[in-house]
Write a protein that binds this ligand. Structure first.
Ligand code: AMP
Length: 632
C-alpha cells in the first residue's frame, strides 16, 4: 500500500504527474493538453484542452459494462414509493428531460434553475443540463420566495424546473406558490417553468410560461440527445451559499476538474466500487447532494439511493433497513442526523443486517465526540469524519483509507486530503504556523485542487476579494474556519471566523436572517447569532430592538410579535432559517464605533465569559441579554 504522506506530498510537488494520472479515471472525448494552468492566480484552470461531459461519465459510460445494474434507487417514505432505475433507464429518462429542455431553447451555457424536492426528476434535470452543456443551479427546496428570487436574479435562468410539492413528516409542503411569488419578486423572469406534478398539491398555472413535464415527456419518449462535449473548464453548475454579506454567492464549478476530483475521491476516500450501493442522506439542494448523491457514486459506477423522508419515519430503523435491502456499502450522513437517531431506541441499529456496510462518513458540521463514539459503538463500523465546504465540492480534510488505512481520532476530520496544501495561518501576523496545537485560520495555498470553485458566478472580483485577500502576500484561500493541527498532522476544526452559522449541517448567514427580520415594520435593529445546541449543533438566536418598545410590553405581546417575526423569516427565507427565539431588547451591545458585538452576545447566550468589553458603548445592553437568556 502507498504511504499517505508521500501520496499527499506528490499531489502538491508533482501536480502535473499526480493529477494527470487521476485524470485517467474518467472518460475524455479529447485528452487535456495541460494539467493545470495557474498563470493567472488565484484562478486555476484544470485539464486545459480536454473535452468531456459530466453526464457521459455518470451515465453513458456505464451502458457498456452495466446497463441493467441499479443506478438510481428512489425511496420515499413520505409517498410510500420505491422506484429503481437501471443505467439504461436513467440514460433514457435523462435524454427525455434533455429533449424537453432543448425544446424550450436551452442550449450550452444557459442556466436552468432547479427548485425541487428529492424526486428522481430532480436528478434527471441535473444530469440533463450537464448533458447539453447547460448550467444548473439547484436551490434547496426548504428555501422560500426571497431566497429563491435572489438566486433567480443572480443566475438568470432560461427555464426553472420545479414540482407541485415536497413532503416532510407526512405533511405536504407546496412549492409552486413560493416559486410564483419568487418570480414576481425577481427582475429576471424565466421564459418557462417546467412543472412535475406529483398530484400532491393543486397549483395555479401561468399561461405561456408554465409547462407540464408528464405531457412533454410523453412527446419525447425516444428522442436521442447526444452529449455535448464541453471544455474541461466549462461551468457545470452554480450552487449558492451564504457568506458574511446578505447576498448569497454562486459557487461556480467546472466540468473536467470536478469529474476527476469526484472519481478520485470515490477511490481514495470513500472506497466505493462499481456495482455497489452508495447511500447519502443529504439533499440535492446542498453540495453533498450534488457530489455524493448524484455525480460521485454514478461516476464510480455505483447505484445511489435518493431518499425522501425523515430518519425516524416510519421508525428509526428506516435507514438501516435500506442498508440491508440494497446492500449499501458506503453511507454518508451528517452529525445532526446521528444525534436525532441517538435519541431513539438503539435496538433499531441491531435489527438489520448491516454486514455490507464498510463505513459511515459524516460531514457538514463538527462531529462531537459523544456522537461519534455512540454511533461507532452502535454500528461497529468505521466512522469517517470529513471536512469540506460548498466551495470545495469534495473533502479538504479526511482519512484517505483508500490510499493507506489510518486510525481516526475523535473530534478530528483527519489530515489534509491529497491536492490540498492546507496550512494554518496566524491571524495577526499572517504567517504559517508550524508548531503543533496552535490555533490558526485554516487556509489552502493556491492553486486549489481540481473540483473546487472556479470563481463566484458573474463576479470574479468577489471571488478574489472574499477568499483570497485575507493574506495578501500569499495566494491563500481562506476557509473561514479556525483550526489546530496536532503533532500527527490531524486537524481539529474550531468554528467559523465569520458570521456564518451551521444549523443541523445547513450553512446560514446571520446577515441574511437579520435582513429578513429587519423587513418587519416593527423592528428597528436586530442582531442574530449562532448559539450551541445539543441536537442541531447550533441554532440562530435573534435579539431585536423595536421601533416602539411598548409593542412587547408584556410576555403575551412579546410572544405574539415573536411569532410574527418568525413568520416573516419563514415566508422570505424558509423555515430552515427561522431563529429558535426572537427576543426583544431596548438596545444592542455595540462598540463605541457602532459595531454590534455579536461574539459577546454569543458568549453570553452560551454561558461563557464575554471577553474584553472595554470597547463596549453601553454595558447594560449585554446585561439585558444575559437576563433574558439565563434561566430564572
Ligand atoms: P457548507 O458549505 O454548507 O458545506 O459548510 C461548510 C462549513 O461547515 C465549513 O466551513 C465548516 O465550518 C463546517 N464543516 C463542514 N464539515 C465539517 C466537519 N467535518 N467538521 C467541522 N466543521 C465542518
Amino acid at each position: 500500500m502507498t504511504n499517505y504522506v508521500d501520496f499527499h506530498r506528490r499531489s502538491i510537488d508533482d501536480r502535473e504527474g499526480f493529477w494527470g494520472e487521476q485524470a485517467q479515471l474518467v472518460h475524455w472525448h479529447e485528452q487535456p493538453t495541460q494539467v493545470c494552468d495557474y498563470s493567472n492566480p488565484p484562478f486555476a484552470k484544470w485539464f486545459v484542452g480536454g473535452k468531456t461531459n459530466l453526464c457521459y461519465n455518470a451515465v453513458d459510460r456505464h451502458l457498456v459494462d452495466r446497463p441493467d445494474q441499479n443506478a438510481l434507487i428512489f425511496v420515499s417514505t413520505e409517498t410510500e414509493q420505491e422506484k429503481i432505475y437501471s443505467f439504461r433507464d436513467l440514460h433514457a429518462e435523462v435524454q427525455r428531460m434533455a429533449a424537453i429542455l432543448q425544446a424550450q431553447g436551452v442550449t450550452k451555457g444557459d442556466r436552468v434553475l432547479i427548485y425541487m424536492p428529492m424526486i428522481p426528476e430532480a436528478a434527471f434535470a441535473m444530469l440533463a443540463c450537464v448533458r447539453i452543456g447547460a448550467i444548473h443551479s439547484v436551490v434547496f427546496g426548504g428555501f422560500a420566495s426571497h431566497s429563491l428570487a435572489s438566486r433567480i436574479d443572480d443566475s438568470q435562468p432560461k427555464v426553472i424546473v420545479s414540482a407541485d410539492a415536497g413532503m416532510r413528516g407526512g405533511k405536504v409542503v407546496p412549492y409552486k406558490h413560493l416559486l410564483d411569488e419568487a418570480i414576481n419578486l425577481a427582475d429576471n423572469k424565466p421564459a418557462r417553468v417546467l412543472m412535475v406534478d406529483r398530484g400532491l398539491a393543486p397549483f395555479a398555472k401561468t399561461d405561456g410560461r408554465d409547462i407540464d413535464y408528464a405531457e412533454l415527456r410523453a412527446a419525447h419518449m425516444d428522442t436521442v440527445v447526444p452529449c455535448e462535449w464541453v471544455d474541461a473548464t466549462h461551468p457545470s453548475y452554480t450552487l449558492y451559499t451564504s457568506g458574511t454579506t446578505g447576498k448569497p454567492k454562486g459557487v461556480q464549478r467546472d466540468t473536467g476538474g470536478y469529474t476527476v476530483a469526484l472519481a478520485a475521491s470515490m477511490k481514495h476516500i470513500y472506497m466505493g466500487e462499481p456495482g455497489e450501493t452508495y447511500f447519502s442522506t443529504s439533499d440535492i439542494g446542498w453540495v453533498v447532494g450534488h457530489s455524493y448523491i448524484i455525480y460521485g457514486p454514478l461516476i464510480g459506477g455505483m447505484a445511489t439511493i435518493m431518499y425522501e423522508g425523515l430518519p425516524i419515519r416510519p421508525d428509526a430503523g428506516i435507514w438501516w433497513s435500506l442498508v440491508e435491502k440494497y446492500k449499501v456499502t458506503v453511507m454518508f450522513s451528517a452529525p445532526t442526523a446521528v444525534r436525532v437517531l441517538k435519541k431513539q431506541d438503539p435496538a433499531f441499529l441491531t435489527k438489520y443486517d448491516l454486514s455490507s456496510l464498510k463505513a459511515l462518513f459524516l460531514a457538514g458540521e463538527p462531529l462531537d465526540e459523544p456522537t461519534a463514539k455512540w454511533i461507532s459503538e452502535a454500528l461497529g463500523k468505521p466512522i469517517v469524519d470529513n471536512y469540506w465546504q460548498t466551495e470545495t465540492g469534495w473533502p479538504i480534510l479526511a482519512i484517505c483509507n483508500g490510499v493507506e488505512s489510518a486510525p481516526s481520532k475523535f473530534g478530528s476530520p483527519g489530515k489534509a486530503v491529497y491536492g490540498y496544501d492546507v496550512k494554518l495561518i496566524d491571524e495577526s501576523t499572517g504567517e504559517a504556523i508550524t508548531e503543533a496545537n496552535k490555533k490558526g485560520v485554516v487556509v489552502v495555498e493556491g492553486p486549489l485542487p481540481p473540483g473546487c470553485l472556479q470563481t463566484v458566478w458573474g463576479d470574479d472580483k468577489r471571488f478574489v476579494s472574499t477568499y483570497w485577500t485575507s493574506f495578501p502576500s500569499k495566494q491563500m484561500y481562506s476557509t473561514f474556519d479556525w483550526g489546530v493541527r496536532d503533532e500527527d498532522g490531524y486537524y481539529f476544526i474550531l468554528g467559523r471566523t465569520d458570521d456564518v452559522i451551521n444549523v443541523a449541517g445547513h450553512r446560514l448567514g446571520t446577515r441574511e436572517i437579520e435582513e429578513s427580520i429587519s423587513s418587519h415594520p416593527a423592528i428597528a435593529e436586530v442582531a442574530v447569532v449562532g448559539v450551541a445546541d445539543q441536537l442541531k449543533g447550533q441554532v440562530a438566536m435573534a435579539f431585536a430592538v423595536l421601533k416602539d418598545a411598548s409593542r412587547a410590553a408584556n410576555a403575551d405581546d412579546a410572544r405574539k410579535l415573536e411569532a410574527e417575526v418568525m413568520k416573516v423569516v419563514d415566508d422570505q427565507l424558509g423555515a430552515v432559517a427561522r431563529p429558535a427565539r426572537v427576543r426583544f431588547v431596548t438596545v444592542l451591545p455595540k462598540t463605541r464605533s457602532g459595531k454590534v458585538l455579536r461574539r459577546a452576545i454569543q458568549a453570553v447566550c452560551e454561558g461563557r465569559d464575554s471577553g474584553d468589553l472595554t470597547t463596549m458603548e453601553d454595558p447594560a445592553a449585554l446585561a439585558q441579554i444575559k437576563d433574558l437568556v439565563t434561566p430564572a
